[in-house]
Write a protein that binds this ligand. Structure first.
Ligand code: G2I
Length: 454
């Protein structure tokens, strides 16, 4: 969120007592796992509705027993507050560092909590070396970052914020300017495809703020998600940060619902609420999520008010001493109230392959390829353009360079050097185009595609 980024806090509150608290916490964790305590903690109550209740965690606080006592009693999903960001995980280009993030993942695994990954690409918290890059060099570095970090955590992440905060505030409904955006408007879909190839089991989310009601910005995101779904770009979920200053907008639930109706899961990803009607506001957010069957869960952006990035606003569910606030009780009561059965879509499987792609040999189409190469790998995007007549199927002959190995592909089925349309992209109108792509290790030298229409 751009409005206030407060840094440099982060002093640990050293815990005072607390053998007793950790003993209680350990007991509660066991009970939560068995379901015996359902209804008495945020995580258990959310789980009764098929949902999760999570929080942002800072690795540096995992040694604080008051902090972990609440974390392990109340929350069953964890987002690293800063530790998976680009500046933390790749401080020097090509040198990856997972110290803090691995600590959080280990904690989650030891306590039966799931992980949200946050965030693979974001215009803030870029390492200095990336801030100074642009164009194809930056695009390659971005894709390498996505591939490497998502690959490192393969199988351990419930959902990734693949791209964070890429849309502009205000009425434009368009993209935010950044060096990421200036690498080309397709950077977001390229990132989602690279993330899918690296960790096919993780749900892939777009995450943003000021998108909590129906407005120009959220409509811009909505249109992107709709476009991605129609073209087979692998997006599974949309995160609504929900940094609120009072009651959620009156169309909060309707906004969640319109995204859910596109077939994606929706998640409340960074909830914190300031203001005097805090308890009611929290309850309203919970009720909205419970009323949307594809709303999978809620994450608060920190545990105690003293952990919040919003210094002095006290926007969280526990006070600085770890006591439950009125907002906590309102949240728990709402979780225990009425709510829909959750029904979240699975991670989308690869598109169906056409059983008879056609065997014509006429020309009728042309193919061109563009490449994002990084050290050790590349993504190739192939554009198939129909000639003066519509085509109803195509095959591109494109040998993979020697020494290269394809690790994933999209919008295409491959047999050796032949790349053929899938069911939904064989028909191309005269003069129009469709695109497929693949990711590979090695070097993309000498790629020379030839197209023939069915
Ligand atoms: O800005 C609030 C959130 C908006 N959505 C994306 C989130 O990732 C973002 O989280 C905040 C963290 O809560 C802050 O803790 O992102 C900030 C920027 O990454 C985080 O602040 C940073 C400070 O800017 C650094 O100076 C500090 O070293 O936190 C770092 C670790 O304490």
């Amino acid at each position: 969120m751009t409005r206030t980024i407060r840094g440099g806090r982060g002093r640990l509150r050293l815990a005072v007592t607390l053998a007793a608290v950790s003993a209680v916490a350990a007991g509660a964790a066991v009970a939560l796992a068995s379901g015996a305590e359902a209804g008495s903690t945020l995580g258990a109550s959310a789980a009764e509705k098929g949902r999760y209740f999570g929080t942002a965690v800072a690795a540096g606080k995992l040694s604080n027993s008051q902090y972990t006592g609440i974390l392990d009693r109340e929350f069953n999903m964890i987002t690293p507050e800063n530790e998976m960001k680009w500046d933390a995980t790749e401080p020097t280009q090509g040198q990856f560092r997972y110290t803090g993030a691995d600590q959080i993942v280990a904690h989650a695994q030891a306590h039966g909590q799931r992980m949200r990954g946050h965030a693979l690409l974001w215009y803030q918290q870029e390492p200095g070396w990336a801030q100074n890059m642009s164009g194809s060099a930056l695009r390659s570095a971005m894709m390498n970052h996505v591939t490497t970090v998502a690959g490192h955590y393969k199988g351990k992440i419930y959902a990734w914020d693949v791209v964070n905060e890429a849309f502009a505030d205000g009425n434009s409904g368009g993209r935010r300017d950044s060096n990421l955006q200036r690498t080309g408007n397709d950077w977001i879909e390229a990132a989602f495809r690279a993330a899918r190839a690296a960790d096919p089991g993780a749900k892939l989310c777009y995450n943003d703020y000021n998108t909590d009601g129906i407005n120009a910005k959220s409509t811009g995101v909505y249109n992107m998600v709709k476009d991605f779904r129609s073209r087979g770009v692998p997006i599974d979920c949309v995160g609504f940060q929900s940094h609120l200053g009072g009651l959620p907008p009156s169309d909060y639930q309707a906004n969640l619902q319109r995204f859910a109706d596109l077939g994606v899961e929706v998640q409340i990803t960074e909830l914190d609420i300031s203001g005097s009607n805090q308890a009611t506001a929290y309850a309203n957010v919970v009720k909205a999520c419970l009323n949307v069957s594809r709303c999978a869960g809620i994450t608060t952006w920190g545990i105690r008010d003293s952990d919040s990035w919003r210094t002095g606003e006290n926007p969280l569910l526990f006070d600085a001493n770890g006591n439950k606030k009125a907002a906590y009780t309102a949240t728990l009561n709402a979780l225990n109230g009425p709510g829909s059965t959750v029904s979240t879509p699975p991670v989308s499987s690869p598109p169906p392959v056409s059983s008879s792609p056609g065997g014509g040999t006429g020309n009728g189409c042309t193919a061109t390829v563009s490449v994002n190469q990084w050290e050790g790998g590349f993504v190739a995007t192939v554009r198939v353009t129909a000639g003066s007549s519509a085509i109803n199927g195509w095959t591109v002959t494109l040998p993979v360079p020697s020494g290269a190995t394809v690790t994933g592909s999209w919008n295409v089925t491959r047999s050796g050097n032949s790349w053929t349309n899938v069911s939904y992209n064989g028909h191309v109108e005269a003069g129009q185009y469709t695109e497929f792509g693949f990711q590979a290790t090695g070097t993309a030298s000498g790629l020379n595609p030839a197209c023939s229409a069915a």
